[in-house]
Write a protein that binds this ligand. Structure first.
Ligand SMILES: *[C@@H]1O[C@H](CO)[C@@H](O)[C@H](O)[C@H]1NC(C)=O
Ligand SMILES: *[C@@H]1O[C@H](CO)[C@@H](O)[C@H](O)[C@H]1NC(C)=O
Ligand SMILES: *[C@@H]1O[C@H](CO)[C@@H](O)[C@H](O)[C@H]1NC(C)=O
Length: 331
């Protein structure tokens, strides 16, 4: 009897502690399991700080002081250092020129002909959101997304292409990418121009550099080069997205980006000179409250953001370097 009472008292205590409840459901939702009780405790403390950070931010949203909301996601029990190490690249200089450049996409003479909003997903030109895992391979997803889009526009077929092919085969001295520590889209186009790129199906994602297993019999697309969208030009990017298709963009992201889950993202802390992430602009539009945004496909799975997407502020001086390294391939 005593034992039963004791057990039920403990259960009541456990259940009445909201943090414990949240922690248990977080772990269940994201399949996290810490066998060492000390580690579990440490992770719960990080998680608790994250909840506080997010709640403070969302209170600011309610007070109309920020334009986006945040939510708990799978990153919530990682330290900032771990997150940067696992998911972002080593901050690298934003690339804005290269001898392989074959052309520049300039802004249009007038904005008259451009639609108010574009969403390439509705044209069937964008593959489902992918998941990079604990590897700073965002540059492969950004490049591949742009190639998938142009391949669709050229052939009418949406073929999912292989990030792993780029990760394995362009992370070397010839192409200069840096595997899970980051890379550049222009170097990736250089690889694809020379070799072609395998299909996702034939060369699936592993999330770490293994060895180059490119097979020229399972190529899903070839490119002839790439175009760089004129740097720092909102209108050049808008024109490219409207008239060409999805555009690969380098980004410089901060902590708030990590927990984004709605609204139009803007963080004054975002710079433009370094690059630790990259993604794919698949459209643009304007919210009901008048905020212009870029619709951006990320590679952190569908639990992140708006089903894997983020709306980033547009027609604004700075949006985490989105106008610095924007490119698309030619076919
Ligand atoms: C970026 O470029 C500047 C000037 O070219 C150089 O001094 C600096 O070391 C570079 N930084 C990184 C992180 O590559
Ligand atoms: C494909 O690869 C094989 C083996 O490396 C090679 O012999 C062949 O020439 C290649 N085909 C093309 C079209 O590049
Ligand atoms: C890509 O180029 C190679 C070599 O020229 C060719 O064999 C292959 O059929 C092309 N594949 C596609 C999908 O265009």
């Amino acid at each position: 009897m005593k034992i039963i009472l004791l057990v039920s008292t403990i259960l009541v205590i456990v259940h009445c502690n909201p943090l414990t409840e949240e922690w248990l459901s977080f772990k269940a939702k994201y399949g996290k399991n810490y066998e060492d009780p000390n580690e579990d405790q440490r992770r719960m403390e990080i998680f608790s700080k994250t909840m506080e950070y997010i709640n403070n931010h969302n209170q600011k949203y309610l007070d109309d002081r920020v334009s986006f909301t945040m939510g708990i996601n799978e990153f919530a029990d990682l330290t900032d250092e771990e997150f940067e190490k696992f998911y972002l690249g080593k901050a690298q200089n934003s690339s804005n020129s290269d001898e392989e450049d074959i052309g520049t996409h300039n802004p249009p003479e007038s904005l008259d002909g451009l639609p108010d909003s574009v969403d390439w997903r509705s044209e069937g030109c964008v593959t489902p959101v992918k998941y990079q895992g604990q590897c700073g391979s965002y540059w492969t997803f950004s490049t591949i997304g742009a190639v998938e889009g142009q391949n669709y526009r050229k052939t009418g077929r949406l073929v999912s292409l292989s990030e792993q092919n780029l990760l394995d085969c362009s992370s070397n001295i010839w192409y200069g990418n840096n595997g899970c520590n980051g890379g550049y889209m222009f170097r990736s186009y250089k690889y694809i121009k020379k070799n072609g790129i395998d299909t996702e199906e034939s060369y699936p994602y592993d999330g770490k550099v293994i060895k180059c297993r490119f097979n020229n019999e399972t190529i899903g697309a070839n490119i002839t080069g790439y175009i760089r969208v004129k740097k720092d030009s909102q209108y050049a990017l808008q024109d490219a997205v409207a008239n060409v298709g999805p555009v690969a963009v380098g980004l410089e992201v901060y902590k708030s980006f990590r927990y984004y889950n709605g609204g139009v993202y803007y963080d004054a802390q975002c710079g433009t000179s370094l690059q630790n992430h990259a993604a794919l602009v698949v459209g643009y539009g304007t919210e009901e409250d008048g905020k212009d945004y870029w619709l951006v496909k990320n590679s952190w799975g569908t639990h992140w953001g708006l089903d894997g997407y983020i709306k980033m502020i547009r027609n604004f001086p700075t949006s985490c370097g989105i106008l610095v390294d924007a490119t698309y391939p030619t076919m």
